[in-house]
Ligand binder design. Structure first.
Ligand code: IPE
Ligand code: IPE
Ligand code: MG
Length: 250
């Protein structure tokens, strides 16, 4: 199926391919528990799945991949688990700094980085700078870190309200396009397809504004087992959806 998708894409059917795919990378803990391993082993395998799927999306011609890596609610977990996730993130960022230019992969972060360690913030700043020097049409991965859809909306509202209070903006000028420009996802089209592995069927505070007309795809596969064939199945399901956007088919 992979070959078919790529071939179709090359044959000019790129319009059928989502331009932006978002994934809730869920099921790492259960994947590890099933194998008698510590939950952190699941996060390590999950990071590998991310590398695999990001490369595959890039090769297929998907322009944006947004992944949910750590939510504003995930701080409730043990310090050990949170620490292990941050160590994996640091490792990924160090790798990315060395390879993203060669691989033509832009990397951006969504979320409130304030409570993230200065060391990781500095690395994220570096990947941001490298990304800004890469062509805008290059594949872009957005990593949602300390991200919550409600928090993203609140931060946008606070900034806009402060600009109104300073006399720079007028409340009556606010529309959907302007509001979107205050979000972490500014400048990026809404995801056409949102995938959640692991059998859960909820958003868990992911992309609440951006998902207004996204197609949802759920699978019982746990994120570390999510492979290219799974992504093909999700894309094929997406391609069979009738997207009406509130209208009526002629
Ligand atoms: C997703 O996997 C990764 C994070 C939320 C950080 P989980 O750790 O939630 O895995 P499960 O849902 O417990 O299996
Ligand atoms: C959502 O997964 C967050 C990420 C995948 C980063 P959770 O495992 O935190 O969500 P719930 O608790 O099942 O809703
Ligand atoms: Mg989970």
């Amino acid at each position: 199926m992979a070959a078919l998708l790529s071939k179709n894409n090359k044959a000019g059917q790129a319009a059928c391919l989502p331009r932006h795919i978002a994934i809730i990378m869920d099921g790492n803990g259960r994947w590890a528990t099933k194998r008698g391993l510590p939950r952190t082993a699941g996060h390590k395998a999950g990071a590998e799945a991310f590398r695999r799927i990001a490369t595959y999306c890039k090769n297929l011609g998907v322009q944006y991949l947004t992944v949910y890596a750590f939510s504003t609610e995930n701080w409730k977990r043990s310090a050990d688990e949170v620490g292990a996730i941050m160590v994996l993130l640091k490792k990924y960022l160090l790798e990315a700094i060395d390879t993203m230019e060669k691989d033509q992969i832009r990397l951006k972060f969504f979320g409130d980085m304030t409570p993230i360690s200065p060391e990781i913030r500095a690395l994220a700043h570096e990947t941001d700078e490298i990304s800004d020097h890469l062509p805008e049409q290059d594949f872009q991965a957005n990593i949602c870190l300390n991200y919550g859809g409600r928090d993203e909306i609140l931060r946008a509202v606070r900034t806009f309200a402060a600009e109104c209070a300073a006399g720079e903006k007028k409340p009556e000028d606010l529309d959907e396009t302007i509001f979107s420009s205050y979000l972490d996802s500014r400048g990026i089209p809404d995801p056409e397809l949102i995938i959640r592995p692991s059998g859960e069927q909820r958003l868990s505070n992911f992309l609440l504004w951006q998902c207004a007309y996204s197609e949802f795809y759920y699978t019982d596969t746990l994120w570390p087992d999510f492979d290219e064939a799974e992504l093909d199945r999700a894309i094929v399901a997406y391609q069979s959806r009738d997207r009406r956007f509130g209208g009526v088919k002629k």
